[in-house]
Write a protein that binds this ligand. Sequence first.
Ligand SMILES: Cc1ncc(C[n+]2csc(CCOP(=O)(O)OP(=O)(O)O)c2C)c(N)n1
Length: 681
Amino acid sequence: MQFHKKGLSNEELVHIYKQLLWPRLIEEKMLVLLRQGRISKWFSGIGQEAISVGATLALEQDEWIMPLHRNLGVFTSRNMPLHKLIKQWQGSQDGYSKGRERSFHFGSKGHYICGMISHLGPQLAIADGTALAHKLKGESKVSVAFTGDGGTSEGDFHEALNTAAVWDLPVIFIIENNGYGLSTPVQEQYRCESLADRGKGYGMESVIIDGNNVLTVYDTIKGVREYCLKNQKPYLIECLTFRMRGHEEASGTKYVPKELFDAWEAKDPIKNYEEWLLKQGLLSQDEVQAIRSDQKQLIEDELKIGFDNKPAVVKTELELRDVYAQGRLPLTDAHGREATDITSSRQPETVNETPSPRSQRSAVRLIDAIKEGLFQSMQKHPNLVLMGQDIAEYGGAFKITEGFVEKFGKARVRNTPLCESAILGAALGLSLEGFKSMMEMQFADFAAVGFNQIVNNLAKIYYRWGQNADVVIRMPTGGGVGAGPFHSQSNEAWFVHTPGLKVVYPSTSLDAKGLLIAAINDPNPVMYFEHKALYRSITGSVPEEYFEIEIGKARQVQKGDDISVITYGAGVHWAEDYAMSHTHISIDILDLRTLLPLDYDAIAGSVKRTGKVLLLHEDTLVGGIGGELAAWISENCFHYLDAPIMRCASLDTPIPFNMELENNFLAKARLNECVQKLVAY
Ligand SMILES: Cc1ncc(C[n+]2csc(CCOP(=O)(O)OP(=O)(O)O)c2C)c(N)n1
C-alpha cells in the first residue's frame, strides 16, 4: 500500500493514526463485551475504518454526515464521548436515543450526524436537504452520505443522486464497496463494471479509490469537497474495501471464501498505515505501544462511566409525549442561530386564532382558501420552502401555486424531479438546518412511493433522537372525479396508523386555510388532505387575515337528537345534503377535521346527544378509520349507546373509472340505507 503525505505535517499524520486506531480498539473491546452479554450486537466496521475516519476528518466539524450501520469511525472522529456511546449500545436511557434505538441508528444535532433508519437508502436524500439548506443560506458547506454496495440497488440511491445532480447540490456520496450485502456478493447485486460508473448516468463526476488507505480517502475527500463547493455540484466516490467480520455478529462468515479474508487481511488499513509511519520514522515502536496502551486505558475508564447506570425508569406519559415535538419550536438552525431569513422579511409575531368577522369574504372556493393559506405562510415564514412536481412556473397540477414563483422565486418554489422519496428525504434534511418545507404530492395516491420516508423517517425521528421533521405534505385526495384507481384513493388511514404524524382533513374553505396555516406552524410532520372534488365545488366565508384553526379540534356542523353522523372530508357534505333533504330526522353532524390526533371529547359529546352513531367515510370499509372510531366509542361511550355503531364506507374494491361504477363504489351510495337502518333500530 502506497502512502503519500500530500503536505500533511507529522503531527497531522500521527493524529490520523490515533483517530484510525481508536474505533478498532473500541470494537475489539466491544466483541468481548458482546460475548459477556453486556452490550447488544452491532454491525462491525473492522477493516473499513479508513473510510469513516478519513472522510470525517476531511470535513469541517459542522458539515452534516449521514452515516450507516458500519460507521463507528464517523461517531468517534466527531469526538463523541465513548461512555455515552457505551450507554447507547446498552439501550440505556442516558444514551443518545434515551434507550429507544439500537447501536448506530441515532443522530446528534450537536455533532452534525443524522441518524439512519434501517432501510439504508433513505439516508442519501437527507444529505440533499442539508446541502440545499446551505445553498439557500449561501453557506459554503458540503454534506456527506454513506451507502454500502447493497444499498446502491435501492431506488433511493438513484433518486438522491439524480436530485443532487439536477439541483446542483454540494453532496459527496460515498459508496463503501465491501464485496457483500449481508451474504449477497456484488456479482448478484449489480451488473455495471464499477459502481462509480453510475456517476455518468447522473451527470456527476466520480472516482474509485482504495478505501483501506486512510491518506487516500482523506486526500480524495478534501479535494472533492473543494470541487463540490467551488462548482456547487455533487460527487460520487466508490471506496473499495472489505468487511472483515460477518454482517453482524450472529450471522457468521461461512459464505465468504477464506482466500478473500487472507487477501484483505494483508490490506488492513491500520496495520499498513502503522507500518508506514514506523518506516518513515514518524513513530517508534515504543510510541505505537504507548498510543495503544493509552487508548486501551481510556476505554477502560470510559467503560466504568458507561456501565454506571441508574435503574431504568419507564414513564408511559413521557414515551407518549416524546412522539411529537411540543408547541412551536424556536426558529433556530442546528447551530442554535436564528433560522435564516432567505427573503429578508420577518417571521410572524403572533397568530390570530379567532378570525375577525369584519374581514370575512363569502364564496371563497376551497382551492383558493388553500392557495391563500399557503401564500400567506410563505410571506410569514422566510424559511419555508415549497417542493413538488410542476409547482413552479406551471403552478402545480391543480394550479394552487400559480403565481408563487414570480412572488417568491425559484429557490423557494421548487420544481422537483419525479421522485417522491428523495424529496421527502430532502425535506427532512431541510429540517435539520432549521427550514420548514411543504411538499405537494401531485396526487395523494403517489405518497405510496414516498411511504417509507413518511412513516419511518419523518414520523419516527423525533421520538428516536429528538430531531423534529418540520414538514407538511399536501395530499390532493378523493374520488367522485372519474379519475380511476390511482388518482382517487382515500389513503388517510395508512397515516393515521403511524404515531408521529398528524393528519388533518378540512372540508370547508375556512378550515382549509386555517388548518394549512396551523400545519405549517406545527413543528411535526403533518399530512394535509385536500379533497379534489371539493376544490371548486365548495365555497364559504374566509377571513383575509392570516389565522389558524387548531389541529386536533372537531367541528360541530349541526346538533341533532336522533342520530350522530361522525365524518370528515366529502362525507361532511354528503351528511349535510342528506340532513337537508330528510328534515324529519334530527341529525347531529360532527366534522372531525383532524384524524390524528382525534378530538375524543367532541366525539363523546355527539354520542351522548343521540345514542345512535353512524361513522361515515369515503375510504373503503375494512381497516378504515371508522373501525377505530367504533372501537373507541364502544370502549368509552357504551352506556350512551342505544344501537350498534354503524359504518358507512366505500366498497372494498379499487376505485373504478367509469362514473356509474364509481358512484356505486362511493359510500354516499349507501348512506340512505345506513341511516334508515340506524334510525329504525
Ligand atoms: C430496505 C432494506 N432491506 C433489507 C434490509 C436488511 N439488510 C440490512 S443491511 C443489509 C445489507 C446491506 O449491504 P450493503 O449496503 O452492502 O452494506 P454493508 O452491510 O455491506 O455495509 C441488508 C440486506 C434492510 N435493512 N433494509
